[in-house]
Design a protein around this ligand. Structure first.
Ligand SMILES: Nc1nc2c(ncn2[C@@H]2O[C@H](COP(=O)(O)OP(=O)(O)OP(=O)(O)O)[C@@H](O)[C@H]2O)c(=O)[nH]1
Ligand SMILES: [Mg+2]
Length: 452
């Protein structure tokens, strides 16, 4: 990764605003900024300057701030020009910077340089993007905690504990011709088990953090006229979908984004499932099945007065097995039965009324459970933001350690056990970027916004 060039980008959001920020980072940052501003104020102090283009014409006047390497966000010389927030003006400034020797930054390149220069580890750099993308107050807090290094600290602790175990096992390799069987030591087994427990805890926290970032997609499905669209509107709190007593009202998929206790949810209303000659409705039903297969959970809605009909049973059996289903028995106001959660041999059923709103709080609670979202456990002390990539790495680490443990129990050769532990260690290192490939880095930073 070459960082001998100097990058420039407009760091504020596109569009017009009171202030617009041009950022420069790299060895020529000061020289380029001097070309634009004439002189620079002392490091870390703001100075008012005229910003000029290559011809010397004044483009704007504003504040300049500069940071000397390594004491900056990127760890390089870094200059920020605060101009007025006009898109054309800022573009002229960017062009002037390029004329003076800068190159336009790729998305995420400032954070990438911060990572390369050891200012942030990879999980922290990702947290920067998560903080910018945060969709709720809870998500902001979680991203901030990751950025502070909470997640990284826990990972480092686990990695260090694993290293000690590895030293033990590799010691057994080195002294294999002695009489003592190091691997049979109960303390080693205990240490490994305890470590595995700590990893499980971190996995649980990480999956909470992932939910907070990525949320969950839920499809509402069922026969026509059972109240699917009414339920969507109730959850969303707006009249998003058309509701009518005519079966077959909904055809298109309708997506609504909502937030429950800080967790983002995408709920999709679908066409009622039935046999029909109407080609448009048939297409709607095809899309409904399609979305049910892609969703992370299905809310299957039926009319409580006829919720166990043969047709409902048939449709429920057609739902993809691997996707959790919550059966909603709607229109409790008409059936007269109490709103409640019913645990049946077939799974969880929930009786409510989408029209009156009775039982909707129970539904919200069930949705939280479906998502594995536990706001009590995820209080401000423990939650941090996380990504699928992190979860996958933790799962892989767990699998390697489990294999190692089985190896210990079944007297597998020390080499195999040591190798499994090494692979587990490597997985942990990939999360913080201690072990990383260029491909991985490229795919992470390219999803950042420009100027970050
Ligand atoms: N009394 C009562 N009526 C309801 C309830 N939920 C929905 N309805 C009524 O049932 C009818 C159908 O509601 P929709 O929400 O359009 O049903 P749908 O499942 O989306 O129907 P399709 O889009 O045709 O598949 C409407 O007249 C709603 O007002 C409920 O909980 N109680
Ligand atoms: Mg509908």
């Amino acid at each position: 990764m070459a960082t001998n060039d100097t990058i420039a980008a407009i760091a504020t959001a596109p569009g017009r605003g009171a202030i617009g920020l041009l950022r420069l980072s790299g060895p020529q940052a000061q020289t380029i900024a001097t070309a634009l501003c004439g002189t620079l104020p002392a490091p870390r102090t703001a100075g008012l300057r005229a910003f000029r283009d290559v011809t010397g014409a004044i483009l704007d006047r504003g504040l300049v701030l500069h940071f000397v390497a390594p004491h900056s966000y990127t760890g390089e010389d870094l200059v920020e020009l605060q101009a007025h927030g006009g898109p054309v003006l800022l573009d002229c400034l960017l062009q002037a910077a390029c004329a003076a020797g800068a190159r336009v930054a790729r998305p995420g390149e400032f954070s990438e340089r911060a990572f390369v220069n050891g200012k942030l580890d990879l999980a922290q750099a990702e947290a920067v993007a998560d903080l910018i993308d945060a969709a709720s107050r809870e998500a902001v807090t979680a991203a901030q905690r990751s950025l502070d290094g909470e997640f990284s600290r826990q990972l480092t602790q686990l990695a260090e504990a694993l290293l000690e175990i590895r030293v033990w096992v590799e010691g057994a390799l080195d002294f294999s011709d002695e009489d003592v069987d190091w691997l049979a030591d109960a303390r080693l087994h205990q240490r490994l088990q305890q470590w595995r427990g700590e990893l499980a805890l971190l996995q649980a926290q990480t999956s909470q953090g992932r939910r907070l970032r990525d949320g969950m997609t839920i499809a509402i499905a069922g026969q026509p006229n059972v109240g699917k669209s009414t339920l969507l509107n109730r959850l969303a709190g707006v009249e998003a979908a058309i509701v009518s007593d005519r079966p077959g009202t909904t055809r298109d998929l309708l997506r609504e984004h909502l937030i429950i206790d800080g967790m983002p949810l995408t709920v999709i209303d679908t066409a009622g499932l039935r046999d029909t000659d109407d080609a448009i409705e048939r297409e709607g039903i095809r899309r409904a099945w399609d979305v049910m297969h892609k969703a992370e959970a299905v809310l299957y809605v039926s009319d409580d007065r006829d919720a166990d009909s043969a047709e409902d049973q048939r449709l429920l059996q057609q739902l993809p097995l691997q996707i959790p289903v919550l059966h909603i028995r709607n229109k409790s106001d008409l059936s007269g039965a109490p709103t409640q959660v019913l645990r049946t041999p077939r799974g969880i059923e929930l009786r409510l009324s989408a029209a009156t709103g009775d039982g909707i709080e129970l539904l919200r609670q069930q949705l939280r459970e479906l998502a594995g979202w536990n706001p009590a456990a995820s209080d401000k002390q423990t939650i941090f933001t996380a990504r699928t990539r992190h979860l996958v790495a933790l799962q892989a680490a767990a699998a390697h350690v489990d294999t190692a443990y089985q190896g210990l129990l079944h007297q597998a050769p020390a080499e195999t056990i040591a190798e499994e532990l090494r692979l587990a260690h490597q997985q942990l290192g990939e999360i913080t970027g201690q072990v990383s490939s260029d491909d991985l880095l490229g795919s992470i930073f390219s999803r950042f916004c420009i100027g970050k």
